[in-house]
Design a protein around this ligand. Structure first.
Ligand code: ATP
Ligand code: MG
Length: 391
């Protein structure tokens, strides 16, 4: 199967509408595709043209390369294509050879002629190709619901023949949207939030708040496994681990139990903002979803968000938990996320967290201890790991 397709045609779709940014986008996508293929499919060559990118297989497995490309954001769709010199006899003959490899009883030929200097108009090409197929096979024409769609594109540089169009990941090429600092917990939601950001072209660095000995080092291994899954979409991801124990102990010493979670999250955002600025991230992102738990009601988010004017992105804010779970299964992080572990949020979970905490109450509690120097100390002791797909 597919023995005659030596190329994969990559279409950009959405990003071709972006006018003056188009060139940058295509350049970034081109680079991302090359990076994604360079280790596992080293024989592939990537060719950039004005309106498409082509991947030359040079003997690599077309289905495996196709699968890999389906994960790359900014790709609208893919086709396995055969490229030939624009010559009517070749087009007729190669179309027959290719359609014989397909399963089905009925077919339809489509033709697009971008090269207006080619001496045959599209209709004529379709008729010549179809009549040769009718003559040499038992296939029948069905223009409404064919089993096989044979597509011919006569372009300036060559002619392309293909049967199928496979959807790509859509979105924008990773990197064109700048960089965000993602709060990564090890639960189900934050890896999905990471994936949604990356699909929009935003690359990520991650920040995690660890409270040893209340939280175990196992959490970190879990995060590394999660990030290894996400390496499929971003080849190298930085993970900043913040020692959060002292701050958390102070919170539980000085703050009324019902406000502990709110204050803890205010501290997380304060630290995240400082790290984001230092790391040149343009936004902070989290896996928060409206209403999931007490700390995620709109009034809770208001009290938490009040500590920063930095842009906060919550890609999952309005997404149903079931849809989040489906996405986490699709990107293979679900099974890792559900491994049992203690998050710093779950360890000290109060019996009655406030669902509508007040900002002035937060300020009153925070005045009881010197959180600013605890924040500085935590930031000075951040440990950074780089998670790569190669390891
Ligand atoms: P998740 O499934 O991502 O853990 P959740 O539904 O359990 O989310 P929370 O525990 O309230 O919800 O956390 C909400 C968000 O806050 C998380 O998605 C994550 O972005 C961030 N967060 C929570 N705990 C941590 C942590 N220890 N380190 C970094 N970020 C965290
Ligand atoms: Mg959690």
């Amino acid at each position: 199967m597919n023995t005659h397709y030596e190329l994969i045609m990559v279409r950009f779709g959405e990003l071709s509408t972006k006018g003056k940014n188009k060139k940058d986008f295509i350049q970034t996508l081109f680079k991302n595709i090359k990076n994604a293929l360079k280790n596992d499919f080293s024989r592939c060559e990537v060719e950039r043209r004005f309106d498409h990118i082509y991947v030359h297989l040079n003997g690599e497995d077309i289905n495996l390369v196709g699968n890999r490309l389906q994960d790359i954001s900014g790709i609208h769709s893919l086709s396995f294509v055969h490229r030939l010199e624009s010559n009517i006899d070749n087009i007729i003959n190669d179309s027959l050879t290719l359609i014989k490899e397909e399963a089905g009883q009925t077919f339809k030929v489509n033709c697009k002629r971008a090269d207006k200097s080619f001496p045959y108009i599209s209709d004529k090409i379709v008729r010549l190709v179809a009549s040769n197929i009718l003559k040499n096979t038992s296939l029948k024409v069905d223009v409404h619901n064919p089993d096989i769609k044979l597509n011919i594109e006569v372009r300036m540089e060559a002619t392309y023949i293909y049967m199928k169009t496979i959807p790509g990941a859509g979105g924008y090429p990773l990197g064109v949207g700048g960089k965000a600092l993602l709060m990564l917990s090890g639960g189900i939601d934050s890896p999905v939030a990471a994936y949604e950001l990356m699909r929009r072209g935003v690359s990520i660095e991650c920040i995690h708040f660890a409270s040893p000995p209340y939280t175990q080092v196992g959490v970190i291994y879990k995060l590394i496994d999660i990030l290894k899954c996400l390496n499929r979409y971003q080849a190298s991801i930085k993970l900043h681990i913040v020692p959060f124990t002292k701050l958390q102990e102070s919170i539980y010493q000085f703050v009324d139990e019902s406000y502990c979670i709110t204050i803890m999250r205010r501290m997380m955002y304060r630290i995240s903002e400082k790290v984001a600025r230092r790391r040149k991230c343009l936004a902070i992102a989290s896996g928060e979803s409206i209403g999931q738990v007490a700390s995620q009601t709109l009034s809770s988010m208001m009290a938490i968000n009040a500590v920063t004017s930095f842009p906060i992105i919550r890609p999952l804010s309005t997404i149903d938990k079931l849809d989040i779970i489906n996405t986490s299964k699709k990107i293979n992080t679900y099974d890792i996320s559900i491994r049992p572990f203690e998050d710093c949020c779950t360890i000290f979970t109060p019996k009655n967290p406030k669902t509508s905490p007040k900002e002035d109450e937060c300020i009153k509690f925070e005045a009881k201890f010197d959180y600013l120097s605890l924040i500085d100390e935590a930031i000075n002791n951040i440990e950074t790991k780089i998670i790569n797909s190669e390891e």
